[in-house]
Design a protein around this ligand. Sequence first.
Ligand code: PMP
Length: 403
Amino acid sequence: MPFAATRPQLAHLTAVMDDLKARGTYFKLRVLDDEQGPVCHYDGREVINLASNNYLGLCNHPKLREAAIAATRKYGVGSGAVRTIAGTMRIHMELEEKIAAFKGVEACVVFQSGFSANAGTVSSILGKEDFILSDELNHASIIDGARLSKAKIKVFRHKDVAHAEELLKEVQNEPGRKLVITDGVFSMDGDIGPVGELADLCERYGAIMMVDDAHASGVLGRNGRGSVDHFHATSKVDVQVGTLSKAIGALGGYVCGSRDLIDFLYHRARPFLFSTSHPPSVAATCIAAFDLLESEPERIARLWDNTWYFKKQLTDAGFDVGGKTTPASETPITPIILGDGRRTMDFSRALFDQGVMATGIAFPTVSEGKARIRTIMTSEHTRPQIDRALDIIVSTAKTSGIL
Ligand code: PMP
């Protein structure tokens, strides 16, 4: 007799899955058989990998591997408690000091994920009398944090600074605090948020400025310092969130800002207070990764070379890579916009069968009618691998009637 999912209590979940199957957007998780890399094996099949966030190939860099092993030998595998109880190890503090110095800010706090960094911060620094002005395409973790804060949420049109200002004007005379928040790089379209302009706007209106730099960390700015550095806006951004799970190659999120902000989060951010801290191996890995951003800047240069080459080839081949009905990508995230969910998922499966791993993304992750194949370049893709992937994408698109 099978377990719970077949019991009537959970029949509504089965109904949702049945609906996804009928729409052609149901998916099964692809399973990685070996390590992340430009070419790897998913479900037993060798594929060119255009799907990971391993922008700089750090997921399996030998120095990071060694750092993790050495920390495991020295400190063991777990921290044993939440940070405020008994789970703050010297290496956690070293990582926070390292990130703060790298970003040129007073202080930093590390969370277990970028998701909890965003959600834990937005939900704790504001209350129900306050206002959050959020870009319509901001990440789910910001939306969840905003809801948890109980603040009044106002959504501005994507990257529309004038609209953000209109909304700020509307609430200007209300007593609550105002927070403006944007992604530095938008995760589904790969476009860059107007961080500099929004930061100026916040200065003029006395609003708090917050940026989620998950996809900009290690990618934009000097040695990958992120979008805030890219726009020379460090002194105007109050809260900078980043992730350790993408370009940094490991797992976690962080918040950078003033000493007071970080002290406050130590005392009030719920994922910090109520969830166990990173294993020491993860902290050690991240410390080594920030060293690498400084010592191997050629990785970021290669990432951008590959990115521009790949985008140009896709555009020349006739694909819609954004900029028509969706925002134009400016970073290593390049969507191939197909619109229809079923068609997108079928194309993704066909690409996989031909040897390219490129994830199909449909509603509700992106809006209805804007389904796409999301591709991500890394510094580690070689030119022959990129060309091979392009050949497969073009030929599969022709056979599927997409081109
Ligand atoms: N913000 C953005 C824009 C993201 O794309 C993601 C990851 N999908 C996150 C935050 C969360 O980061 P993490 O994976 O470290 O939880």
